[in-house]
Design a protein around this ligand. Structure first.
Ligand code: ASP
Ligand code: MG
Length: 405
């Protein structure tokens, strides 16, 4: 008999029919002789609706009240799921985050888990019950309800699986697993059998949003192996763990991020301290800067180019403009029509030639590279937005990632 933690996201429990389907899946797992602890999200759309309600009353609602409000979404789902299981003749009991002993720090709306004691979950499981735990919520040392940030039910599930020493942690969602690229862009993308935590983090943060990044970081830190799979079919999913057995795979996937702006700062005085002032101003405006390129100064002036998410484009432009005014020189221009294409793979640590293969493929198909950045397990390029999809497919093919059929 093993202990299985299953997490069902918002689309998996969206309406009563979906909740019934989830209850049947849980029953099947139970009937196979396993202990099952389930973590559920709010029904799809509920959290957004509650946030919109609060914001329609106040532009900046109190965070403690927000946590009380948002935690309602998950509480609805745990009770409904328990009731659905009971109607199938399965003994089931629901637990809030506090009842499950999910203790957090004091930081409302983005709390961090400090400790999980599990409450009476073990006793309930040993008594033959399925335990349904509310995701996304915890309790702080002052006894107040907290929430773990958007998408936080993933974190609840991973952390509970770690604390309960579960044999298996399954994250049920509306996709079959993690793919070599977004199947909407690359029709012959392949589902990965396995992916390493670091690769998953890069692929997720680069736009193939499958799970909350914090939950993957947590899994990596505490070595919680989990499987991402669909609640809409019985296909095997993707196993996420520290190392994968497919060490000879150099590039695991290609990510396309179309939400990128390139900011060009031209004719800056080429003297010490100017770049520092630009980036100080950006930091003060809470702008998250990604790639940075500065060209060699000539005739006493230099150009500086960097990328930010589209959301930050106007704050970035404003922040830079203020510095340029103080310096009394230079111009700033933001271009939203760029995208970032990245190849990701832990195999890159020990293989060379990845960059040249990527750049060759892009050159052969007439895609111009505007900027380049690399890390140990990733190479990213900035290209024209209109070329983004084509570039993704070309690179995907070049690294032999296309499905065979
Ligand atoms: N209901 C929360 C949200 O929508 C948490 C979650 O679904 O994971 O962000
Ligand atoms: Mg989610």
């Amino acid at each position: 008999m093993s202990l299985i933690v299953q997490k069902y996201g918002g689309t998996s429990v969206k309406d009563l029919d979906r909740i019934k389907a989830v209850a049947e899946r849980i029953k099947r797992t139970r009937d196979a002789g396993h202990q099952v602890c389930v973590v559920v999200s709010a029904r799809g759309g509920v959290t957004n609706r509650l946030i919109a309600d609060a914001k329609s009353l106040h532009p900046n609602p109190d965070k403690r009240e927000m946590d009380l409000l948002l935690s309602v979404g998950e509480q609805e789902t745990i009770a409904l799921t328990a009731i659905a299981l009971q109607s199938l003749g399965v003994a089931a009991v629901s637990r809030t985050g506090a009842q499950a002993g999910i203790h957090t720090d004091l930081f409302h709306t983005k709390a961090r888990i400090v400790d999980i004691d599990g409450g009476d979950i073990k006793e309930q499981l040993d008594a033959g019950r399925v335990v349904i735990v509310a995701g996304f919520q915890g309790v702080n040392s002052a006894g107040q309800i907290t929430t773990l940030g958007r998408g936080g039910s993933d974190l609840s599930a991973i952390a509970l699986a770690g604390a309960l020493k579960a044999d298996v942690c399954q994250i049920y969602t509306d996709v079959d697993g993690v793919y070599t690229a977004d199947p909407r862009i690359v029709p012959n993308a392949r589902k990965l059998d396995e992916v390493a935590y670091d690769e998953m983090l890069e692929l997720a943060s680069l736009g193939s949003k499958v799970m909350q990044s914090r939950s993957v970081e947590f899994a990596s830190k505490f070595n919680v192996v989990f499987e991402v799979r669909s609640s809409f079919n019985d296909n095997p999913g993707t196993l996420v763990k520290a190392e994968t057995t497919l060490e000879d795979v150099v590039v695991r996937g290609v990510a396309a991020d179309r939400n990128q702006t390139k900011v060009v700062v031209s004719d800056l005085p080429d003297e010490p301290g100017v770049a520092a002032r630009v980036f100080q101003a950006l930091a003060q405006a809470h702008v998250n800067v990604d790639m940075i390129v500065q060209n060699v100064g000539r005739d006493g002036v230099a150009n500086l180019t960097f990328t930010v998410g589209n959301d930050d484009a106007s704050s970035a432009e404003e922040a830079v403009a203020t510095v340029l005014k103080e310096v009394g020189a230079g111009a700033v221009r933001a271009a939203e029509n760029v995208a970032k294409i990245s190849v990701v793979g832990i195999g890159m640590r020990s293989h060379s030639g990845v960059a040249s293969k990527m750049f060759d493929a892009l050159a052969d198909s007439g895609v111009n590279i505007q900027m380049i950045s690399t890390s140990e397990i990733k190479i990213s390029v900035i290209v024209d937005l209109e070329k983004a999809e084509h570039a993704t497919r070309v690179v995907h093919t070049a690294f032999g990632l296309d499905r065979d059929d």
